[in-house]
Design a protein around this ligand. Structure first.
Ligand SMILES: [Zn+2]
Length: 406
């Protein structure tokens, strides 16, 4: 067959076009229309069919890549030996904890006089009316500055935050499943940026069951739909041999949010990395944190430490616009060391935007990172597997595949 010289040129072009298809599928159709108008030979009809076939296959394949299914994630997790789950505000939205700037904006709405005294009322009002994220950010920035400078303001804000009932914890199937999967070692590391105590509440509930029954028996955990799963006692406790038949049962779990907490880490510990702290923690600069969780100790911001009366308790949390890599670099280094060794990272309900970019960047560097969020947000989908789904979908999948008694 004799191929006209102009067709040879077109042959080269078709290759060029195809290579461009691979990287820029959007620009393809116009190029092909041009291609079709100028090429009439049977050879090129065939070539065109072939190119169309390859093009369609590629588009379908890339679409499939984008829609990585939850099932694929669960299959991958089954083979992972050292996986981490990172959760953010999105997992607690169902429990009524406002996302992002909605929390400080609500605070402004309920404390007009206070924000007037701080000179922030106009900024708040503008942001409230326009519902504009940049204006809201400006208000929050002012709020954080005032917060840092004024202990009585810290007390008002943190006490108000604690009035959100879900902050202190309540039954929640999604949080329970994440905790159960963590204790059952479906994944090794559990990291949260949330201030709320929904995960801790589930953990505490598990331990309450363990303490109230036979300490050697597995715990039966029941979800609100009646489904149950078991956790064996050795996943909750570490048995330290004492004398002869005696052993000491150490609870394995711990919360790490401050450099001082790192000293309590043991080889057998299951630390919950609470990397943004919580309004429920108050810290003495000399002796570390005191929890206000469950209001066991009625401490307030700026109260003197009971052991060091010359010091004042300050909130132990990473505020909006702040980040743990700057606030507590030692804690963040320990977390990143662990994340770098993970063979799989799953993030859910975590947008990784704003002041959390540094966390997103560590996740995106992992070659087996999976994001389960209702929208793609700022995630770089060339580096992560993105699944358009809610944290509840992930929890349901984890329960069915790894936890449910079949
Ligand atoms: Zn102290």
């Amino acid at each position: 067959m004799i191929i006209p010289i102009n067709s040879l040129v077109q042959t080269t072009s078709s290759f060029t076009i195809f290579t461009r298809i691979m990287s820029q599928p959007v620009t393809v159709s116009a190029r092909f229309l041009f291609f079709r108008r100028h090429v009439e030979t049977p050879y090129f009809l065939l070539l065109r069919l072939l190119s169309d076939y390859i093009l369609c296959s590629w588009i379908l394949y890339s679409d499939k890549l984008r829609k990585m299914t939850l099932q694929k994630l669960l299959d991958t997790l089954r083979t992972a030996r050292n996986a981490a789950l990172i959760v953010g505000a999105g997992i607690s939205a169902k429990n009524g904890i406002p996302l992002g700037y909605r929390l400080p904006m609500e605070f402004g709405e309920q404390h007009h006089q206070l924000i007037k005294d701080m000179g922030l009322f106009e900024t708040w009002e503008k942001a409230h009316r326009a519902k504009d994220i940049n204006l809201q950010a400006a208000f929050v920035e002012g709020l954080v500055r005032g917060f840092e400078a004024n202990a009585s303001f810290q007390a008002t804000l943190l006490s108000w935050m604690m009035t959100h009932s879900a902050m202190i914890g309540e039954p929640s199937d999604d949080h329970a499943i994440f905790v159960l999967a963590w204790f059952r070692r479906v994944f090794r590391h559990l990291i949260t940026t949330n201030w709320d105590f929904l995960l801790e509440w589930q953990i505490d509930d598990l331990y309450d069951q363990a303490y109230s029954g036979d300490p050697f028996a597995p715990i039966d955990f029941t979800l609100s739909n009646g489904a149950t799963c078991k956790v064996s006692a050795d996943r909750l406790f570490f048995l330290q041999p004492l004398t002869d038949d005696d052993v000491f049962w150490h609870p394995r779990w711990d919360i790490i949010s401050h450099p001082k907490d790192l000293q309590d880490l043991r080889r057998w510990s299951r630390p919950l990395w609470k990397i943004h702290g919580s309004p429920f923690f108050l810290a003495c600069p000399k002796c570390g944190g005191r929890t206000r969780w469950k209001i066991l100790e009625p401490f307030e911001v700026n109260d003197p430490c009971p052991i060091h009366p010359d010091t004042h308790l300050a909130p132990e949390l990473t505020f909006w616009g702040q980040s743990i890599d700057v606030a507590y670099p030692q804690v963040w280094r320990t977390v990143t060391d662990r994340l770098q060794r993970c063979d799989m990272i799953i993030a859910s309900g975590f947008s990784g935007s704003g002041s959390d970019i540094y966390i997103r960047q560590v996740i995106e560097k992992n070659t087996n990172a999976w994001i389960v969020n209702p929208s793609v947000g700022s995630w770089d989908t060339t580096n992560v597997h993105y699944i358009e789904a809610y944290a509840s979908d992930l929890a349901a999948g984890l329960f069915d595949v790894f936890l449910a008694k079949h």
